[in-house]
Design a protein around this ligand. Structure first.
Ligand code: LAC
Ligand code: ZN
Length: 470
């Protein structure tokens, strides 16, 4: 769907773009455009850009944006395309601006504990570089091919957020290009500020709708000396999740608290072709602990084990080697891909107050019964962030897709009525924007639209994401 208010990309414009970004950085090739038409969304809804542009520096991004703004051409930013809500899918065609060639780690400042990176740097490369300096970047979404720019755009979370926070808490500074081509810098190598509106935080999580992020300063820390993983089976999911608020009161805060049901464990076992210890129980908590000494971590593990046993846990499995630990974490990281492999499925990413997770899960189970659709839930229990997957296996595909929006509407309504929001870490993209009005105060949505217009008066930057501007 190319909106009438946008201008089509002509071959003349492609030539102009080549003049700006170099001919190797611009392509209108059909095959290339196909490559950039989707993200990792479970049900792909591809859209072709008219031209792909891969800038190498901020000045080029600025020139492309001011040209697009002047000509009224939509621009969709893209990192490495691992998103789950369609945020980087060019739904109005136009220019797809891939930041993959802006992938330099510019500096690791060991004195200030700050890494300065370009947006196309992927997590795996950042982990390696900071480790080489004896430092640690704790954000861990479990998808290490994700780009840092994409992490910032969605405010990515993951499995270590209980202790370290999400992307928002780890960004110290940003450089961005506004849709008008102006370059702005926000924040810096300092850890506090009471100096006007925090525009940097406004850009984090804005899914590329306010500015194109071109440089990021990230907060580093020292690496933990010990890491342990506890895998704790329960006879009921309810017991497992009920233990979480008690665990959070324990004096040593885990890095992450994940929960999962038996179904997802058997699905992932099939996918990785390996058995998981205690796999026959109903539900599990996977608790990740970090500490300075073995004693500290073991003490925390003992305390947590006791709390879980008091909440109905059956046992505690502690992998005995680094390899066994890695295998367990690896299985967890593969949940989404295992489900995707299994057949049609979709994902919701609701976040509720942590104490409301048991109630939320109860309602999800009711929704599953009412709509006669299997729903698997797992997620970041320690953050109140639940991944809910309606499954389409053993069902007529079209019928399943027809029923899906009503199932999601009920799931989001349940989350909102318990004090939560639609997305905890994946963003709304274009996939979930339709549910926003039913779950958020209209005054807030109006205010967001006013902010969008202040940044992007011609609505050229990632249009049709989060909400539609009328
Ligand atoms: C996870 C992704 C889907 O937690 O966010 O596995
Ligand atoms: Zn997740």
């Amino acid at each position: 769907v190319i909106d009438a208010k946008y201008t089509k990309v002509t071959s003349e414009l492609v030539e102009t773009l080549k003049g700006i970004a170099g001919s190797e950085g611009v392509s209108a090739d059909e095959e290339e455009r196909e490559k950039y038409s989707c993200d990792e969304m479970s049900i792909p809804k591809p859209h072709l850009a008219e031209v792909i542009v891969k800038p190498r520096d901020t000045a080029t991004v600025a020139r492309v944006l001011s040209l697009a703004n002047e000509k009224r051409i939509p621009v969709t930013p893209r990192g490495s395309g691992t998103g789950l809500s369609g945020g980087c899918v060019p739904i109005f065609g136009g220019i797809l601006l891939s930041l993959e060639r802006m992938n330099q780690i510019l500096e690791i400042d060991e004195e200030n504990f700050v890494a300065t990176v370009e947006p196309g740097v992927i997590l795996a490369d950042l982990y390696e570089a900071v480790e080489g300096c004896g430092l640690y970047y704790p954000l861990y979404p479990g998808e290490s091919s994700a780009s840092i720019g994409g992490n910032v755009a969605t405010n990515a979370g993951g499995m270590r957020a209980v202790k370290y926070g999400v992307t928002r808490q780890l960004v110290l500074g940003l450089e961005a290009v506004l849709p008008t081509g102006e370059i702005i810098s926000m924040g810096g190598k300092f850890v506090k500020s009471s100096t006007g509106y925090d525009l940097m935080q406004l850009l984090i999580g804005s899914e590329g709708t306010l500015g194109m992020i071109t440089k990021i300063m990230l907060k580093l820390t020292t690496p933990p000396k010990r890491r342990e993983v506890l895998f704790i089976p329960f006879n009921s999911l309810y017991d497992a999740i009920k233990a979480v608020p008690d665990i959070l009161k324990h004096k040593i805060l885990p890095v992450g608290i994940e929960f999962m049901e038996r179904d997802i464990i058997s699905i992932v076992e099939g996918y990785i072709n390996r058995q998981i210890p205690f796999h026959d129980y109903e539900a599990f908590l996977m608790i990740i602990l970090e500490g300075e000494t073995e004693e500290e971590v073991y003490e925390a593990a003992d305390g947590i084990r006791e709390i879980c046993m008091n909440n109905g846990a059956v046992d505690t499995f502690v992998p005995s080697s680094e390899a066994a630990k890695r295998k367990l974490l690896d299985a967890r990281e593969k949940f989404y891909h295992a489900l995707k492999h299994l057949g049609p499925m979709d994902i919701a990413d609701v976040v509720v107050p942590r104490s409301q997770i048991p109630e939320f899960i109860k309602r999800v189970k009711e929704i599953s019964r009412r709509h006669q659709m299997p729903i698997i839930a797992y997620g970041h229990a320690g953050d109140g962030n639940v991944h809910v997957h309606p499954l389409g296996k053993d069902m007529d595909r079209d019928e399943w897709e027809r029923r899906l929006p009503r199932v999601f509407a009920d799931i989001y309504q349940a989350g909102a009525s318990l004090g939560g929001v639609i997305s905890g870490e994946h963003g709304l993209g274009f996939e979930k924007k339709g549910y926003l009005t039913a779950t958020m105060d209209e005054k807030l949505i109006i205010l967001m639209k006013r902010i969008k217009r202040a940044f992007d008066p011609n609505n050229i930057l990632n249009p049709g994401k989060i909400f539609d501007l009328e």
